[in-house]
Design a binder for this molecule. Structure first.
Ligand SMILES: Nc1ncnc2c1ncn2[C@@H]1O[C@H](COP(=O)(O)OP(=O)(O)O)[C@@H](O)[C@H]1O
Ligand SMILES: [Mg+2]
Length: 619
């Protein structure tokens, strides 16, 4: 995002211009936004105001190029050129999207790392972060975690400022903020707004911000204001030009005039919607006249009166492309760098995420009694999967190799798989938490779906492998499965493949259905359709080549629960291969089944990537 050619701190005045931006609902042609035109220079702030539902967010969505204007004649230019907002702009949505488990500084630092060109020295990044923390008054809380769920974190006003800081640390040339002060008390709102103003001046940025109910001090910070009512512009110009009754907050005054939510005749006796109609008309007459009277208002004019909203025509706001074309090599190295940074952050979040561990442990509700007595084991291992293995081992400790225990042995494999696969749903809340951050960061051009998918894979593959190894390392030997090094290695590998497939599946489902309950239902539905592969692999691996002693009855005869080929050879035992045969798990190629699991993992990862890559842009 940082433009190397034009230093963001240079004195050069940039100009953002937009023409005929409008928005219609394609389905019913309802107009959300009537054609808007205007321009704004760097270091200036345009406040977008109006009652809720006036079209403020829609206006920002169109200016930010997240939504295409309905009017084919629409254009957005920067210094007279068409451009991609992803490259030089940053959008701060109304909801905070931060990593709750990371500190204030970490959240901002990672944004800085993503957006700075590779090769930027560490101390330069540190300096950028320090300056941003200072500008937004976050220096004192820099070491605090944002907070999530049960963890108390920083205040709402501080969160807003961290979100803004994460966007501005990338030094965008255009900053768009949707209601940065909403939900904050007036003092905090003022601080946030003045921080934005300071940034605009310090970093030569063009700022557009929708503002709800600013007090007089906050309102006075803005250079220009656009008042919207029902998608119409009723005023656009310098804040100082608003004529007002004495002792009244100009913002309140105008909002009172244009609010049609409570449509009762006001003091004037004219119904509100008619008054708005009058204001719109008055503005059209005024603005078309003022263009010729030589005042500066030509820079900030509203919709031209005759402009029509293109009949549902969807067209891009002019050709949108990156300002500078980089070489293939430069971009590749950049992607690698971002993948590496995101991998580090994903690992950090995983390490700090106690919810993940808690959810996994909570799944053993069935074993509550055992959980309590064995809690110290779990604490010692500090991992759901290690905990699990301790539990399984107590139920099936040192199983004898007799045919009476064959069913228990099969159960071990079944439960290992079923439990671990079920635990993969804990990946869902982790992903959903991160989703908002991903959407904000990818919309702002920090990285894409590919980088995100790869980083997630790079972190979770070793994590799942470690979990499988930890479980097997304890469970395999404690239970007394086949005493053979290679068999153990295969056990770990097959278990890992199955658990990773479950994890990848949970993530793919959560990407398609981004809600916890919906994703749970989806996971529940899909789970198990490929578990047979893993189950067959584990059972075959454990039984092949083993012999199990059968019971010798009082009369000296031999009794086996499975048809045995060994009895005829004078042995009172049943061969593992006999058992596999009667279970019908004997005719398959382990390589083929393991390959199938690998392919399933790949397919789910691909689905995850494609869903993120082609999701509809604004959330
Ligand atoms: N995709 C959409 N489909 C239908 N109506 C929409 C859509 N997006 C926004 N609107 C409507 O457009 C109006 C403006 O919405 P919005 O820009 O969110 O207002 P504001 O941000 O000023 O509160 C609202 O009445 C809203 O219901
Ligand atoms: Mg809004």
């Amino acid at each position: 995002m940082v433009n190397l050619e034009a230093s963001p701190l240079s004195d050069h005045n940039h100009i953002l211009e937009w023409k005929n931006l409008s928005l219609q609902v394609p389905k019913n042609d309802k107009v959300i936004l009537y054609p808007q035109s205007g321009s704004l220079r760097s270091r200036e702030i345009l406040a977008i105001m109006g009652p809720s539902g006036a079209g403020k967010t829609s206006f920002l969505d169109v200016v930010s190029q997240r939504v295409l204007s309905s009017d084919s004649s629409a254009s957005i230019t920067f210094d007279g050129q068409s451009f991609s907002m992803r490259d030089i702009g940053s959008y701060v949505a109304q909801e905070d999207a931060l990593h709750g488990f990371l500190t204030v500084k970490d959240n901002i630092r990672y944004s800085a790392l993503f957006s700075s060109p590779h090769g930027t020295p560490g101390n330069v990044i540190d300096e950028m972060v320090k300056k941003t923390l200072g500008s937004l008054g976050l220096t004192d809380v820099r070491k605090n975690r944002i907070g999530a769920h049960f963890q108390r974190g920083i205040s709402g006003g501080q969160k807003r400022r961290v979100t803004i800081a994460s966007s501005v640390v990338a030094q965008p040339q255009i900053l768009l903020c949707d209601e940065p002060t909403s939900g904050l008390d007036s003092m905090t709102g003022y601080q946030v707004a003045s921080a934005i103003k300071r940034l605009a001046e310090e970093t030569n940025t063009v700022v557009l911000a929708s503002i709800h109910q600013p007090n007089f001090e906050t309102f006075s910070l803005f250079d220009h204001v656009l008042f919207l009512a029902g998608g119409h512009c009723v005023y656009q110009g310098p804040t100082t030009w608003i004529s007002m009754p004495p002792h009244m907050n100009p913002a309140d005054h105008v909002i009172n005039l244009i609010n049609t939510d409570f449509d009762a005749p006001g003091e004037t006796g004219i119904p509100n919607h008619e008054r708005v109609e009058q204001l719109v008309q008055a503005w059209i007459v005024y603005s078309s006249g003022s263009e010729s009277d030589g005042r500066d208002s030509a820079r900030l004019t509203s919709a031209s009166p005759g402009a029509t909203v293109g009949a549902g025509l969807k067209a891009a706001c002019g050709p949108i492309r990156a300002r500078t074309k980089r070489s293939w090599h430069y971009r590749f190295v950049g992607e690698l760098k971002r993948t590496w940074i995101l991998t580090k952050r994903t690992a950090l979040v995983l390490r700090r995420n106690v919810v993940l561990v808690t959810v996994r442990v909570a799944m053993y509700g069935k074993y509550v009694a055992v959980v309590v007595t064995r809690a110290f084991v779990g604490l010692l291992l500090w991992n759901g999967k290690g905990f699990m293995s301790a539990l399984l081992a107590t139920v099936w400790l040192h199983m004898e190799k007799t045919d009476a225990r064959v069913n228990d042995r099969i159960s071990v494999h079944f439960f290992s798989l079923a439990f671990f696969s079920a635990m993969s749903v804990s990946a869902v809340p982790l992903y959903l938490e991160e989703r908002a951050v991903f959407i904000r960061e990818s919309n702002n051009g920090l990285y894409g779906a590919g980088v995100y998918t790869i980083a997630n894979t790079v972190v979770f593959v070793p994590y799942i492998f470690f979990c499988a190894l930890l479980y097997s390392g304890i469970g395999y030997w404690a239970i007394g499965l086949k005493y053979n090094g290679w068999a153990f290695c295969r056990f770990v590998l097959f278990l890992f493949l199955a658990v990773y497939a479950a994890e990848a599946q949970a993530l793919a489902v959560a990407a398609v259905i981004p809600s916890f309950v919906g994703a749970l239902a989806g996971v529940g539905f899909l789970i198990g359709f490929w578990l047979t592969f893993a189950f067959s692999l584990l059972v075959q691996n454990d039984f092949e080549g083993e012999t199990f002693t059968c019971a010798t009855l009082a009369d000296g005869s031999c009794h086996c629960s499975f048809p045995s080929s060994l009895i005829s050879k004078g042995q009172c035992a049943v061969a593992g291969s006999d058992i596999l045969k009667s279970l019908a798990i004997d005719h398959f190629s382990p390589g083929f089944y393991a390959g199938a699991l690998v392919i399933i993992c790949f397919v789910y990862r691909l689905v995850f990537y494609l869903v993120l890559r082609f999701r509809k842009s604004p959330p």
